[in-house]
Design a binder for this molecule. Sequence first.
Ligand SMILES: *Cc1c(COP(=O)(O)O)cnc(C)c1O
Length: 400
Amino acid sequence: MTAQDSPDHRAELHAETMIVHAGRDPASHRGTVNMPVYRASTICFPTLAALEHARANPLTEISYGIHGTPTVKALEEAVAAIEGGYRAIAVSSGLAAVSGAIFAFVKPGDHILMVDSVYGPTRRLCDILLKRNGVETTYYDAMVGAGIAALLRDNTRLIYAESPGSHTFEVQDIPAIAAVARRAGIPLLMDNSWGTPYHFASFQHGVEVSIHAATKYIVGHSDALLGLIVTNEARFQAVRDYVSLMGFNASPDDCYLGLRGLRTIAPRLRRQAEGSLKVAAWLRAQPEVEEVLHPALPGAPGHELWKRDFTGSASLFSIVLKSRAKAAVEALVDHRRLFTIGASWGGFESLLMPTTPGPLRTARPWTRGQIVRLHIGLEDPDDLIADLAEGFAALRRLPG
Ligand SMILES: *Cc1c(COP(=O)(O)O)cnc(C)c1O
């Protein structure tokens, strides 16, 4: 399937078929199933006219490594097609995708609306770098919905969403927020790393710029950092220009790993989500657990909105412990063999990460107990439950 295929033909295909075929054209590289890794800085041109042609057609031609080699463009094409966007831009990390997307739309004197439950480093970007550049950030409650209209100012240049929220998994009413952004003529940006291009159709829900930490489920094997910004047609040029000016390019090797991971994202996510629901249900039955924050778990916060808007689930969720003692978290996360304590997520292996969202919330203060975030990998969920049971046994042995 190549860029020349008609959109009508693509629309007939199911998402899982797109995931296998989008961005692949074996005939253009000697029949190999996968797009090879094209590493390049210099591109050689036979004539001045050829150089000028390449520069005039940056979306289809290759002119210099920083603007993307065929490997980079194949990943961009595949992800844009799967998510239903106009085009995608690959960058060096998820955080580069976040900063590239935001900075493309702001200048000194501007104001942005940022969700309170956003990924921590995105919050730091606002509090440090946007502030230093004269851009003011207002954090809004993830549950605000259409009420976000009341927070708009004359100089508000974008609304930024992340759903579900980092660590606390609030599901936002994206269509309601998108309607407000559309009326105001400003873009809605969304960090869709949890939803992935497969499970949340950003553009059908009114998002104009979708941001992915492809490091997570797209790469899927915990071995590369990669970001993607997918846009609609109206917002593409602003982001493309900013990313090119800044030199935020992705490495062709990492794009190859992104493409390789992408081809199996559907069965990985299905299996991991299934495992995560089994583990989540078991956790909910433990008396030391106050609440399980997993949008795909019936009865959990945000479940109804998740069911309305998402076509599937990721395997990342949190539990809130009744105890506020650090010793409780320590007992839980230090007594295990299969889970690893570690940042990031989206790989084939299970992870645990204790967090305290308190210092990272201002619109709606976090006043509840300790949180442990779990990422469920491809292990048998019964073994994972047995592993967690050891932690709970240690927790129960604590004095008091
Ligand atoms: C990890 C993460 C990022 C950043 O991705 P990196 O590739 O690690 O820079 C951005 N957003 C969310 C929601 C994340 O979890």
